[in-house]
Write a protein that binds this ligand. Structure first.
Ligand SMILES: [Fe+2]
Ligand SMILES: [Fe+2]
Length: 238
């Protein structure tokens, strides 16, 4: 998001810099001949003539369409931002970083249980649940890989951090395999069961061994900082 914002502002800076340098463009210079309006409106006349038309120039009547598109985009952005804020609020209410992550483990395991309760005819439901699980695990892994595991390595816990991050790779492999095999495959439930076992043992190692050992040596400030970073990362991934 930041990159897009930066590129927007840098492009507007470039444009305003050009104006300050005294390059008002064709429209502002009465000595330059102007093309007739009709030349830009009859696109079918010639391909070559169409090619000198900027992709960013708009014909008459495009204003209301552009305005509606921008308004739609603004509404979509506001709705998405509101949804993210709601998700973050829910997450912040969950407590410290390790409690947030443990709650997410429970949520992922609950999705697995719904998947295991389906039968071979419920392909649509299986696909929807797999999408939901993929999003939940993706967001969760991002928070751990961008915040918690780097903090573990800083605290000389690199072996555990590397082991856990390696398991995230096998979690992605299960998602890949499930997508490839199709929701009506006779092996689908067996694959989901194996997948759940990996996520469950991975979560158990984090919750019962690695995170408590790491947390007990953190100062209150360090603990609060990691919670804040996990919340921030979760906000953008929500
Ligand atoms: Fe993990
Ligand atoms: Fe985790």
């Amino acid at each position: 998001m930041a990159t897009r914002t930066q590129s927007r502002s840098s492009s507007s800076n470039r444009s305003s810099t050009g104006n300050r340098r005294g390059n008002p463009g064709n429209a502002g210079n009465p000595n330059q001949p102007r093309k007739a309006d009709g030349e830009f409106t009859s696109r079918s006349n010639s391909r070559s003539r169409g090619s000198d038309r900027s992709a960013f120039s708009w014909g008459e009547g495009a204003g209301p369409i552009l305005g509606a598109a921008l308004a739609g985009a603004a509404i979509g952005f506001a709705a998405n931002y509101g949804r993210k804020a709601l998700m973050q609020g829910m997450q912040a209410a969950a407590g410290d970083w390790d409690e947030i992550l443990a709650t997410e483990h429970d949520m992922a395991l609950a999705i697995f249980d719904k998947m295991l309760a389906t039968d071979q005819s419920q392909t649509f439901k299986r696909k929807m649940l797999l999408m939901k699980l993929t999003h939940a695990l993706d967001k969760h892994a991002h928070q751990e890989e961008m915040v918690v595991y780097p903090a573990l390595r800083e605290a000389n816990e690199a072996v555990d951090a590397d082991h856990l991050e390696g398991e995230h790779g096998y979690i992605k492999t299960f998602i890949y395999e499930l997508n490839e095999m199709g929701a009506d495959s006779p092996n689908w439930l067996e694959k989901v069961r194996e997948f759940r076992q990996l996520v469950s043992s991975h979560a158990h190692m984090e919750e019962e061994e690695v995170f408590p050992r790491f947390k007990q040596d953190l100062t209150d400030e360090q603990n609060a900082r990691i919670t804040s970073l996990v919340n921030r990362d979760g906000f953008w991934m929500a």
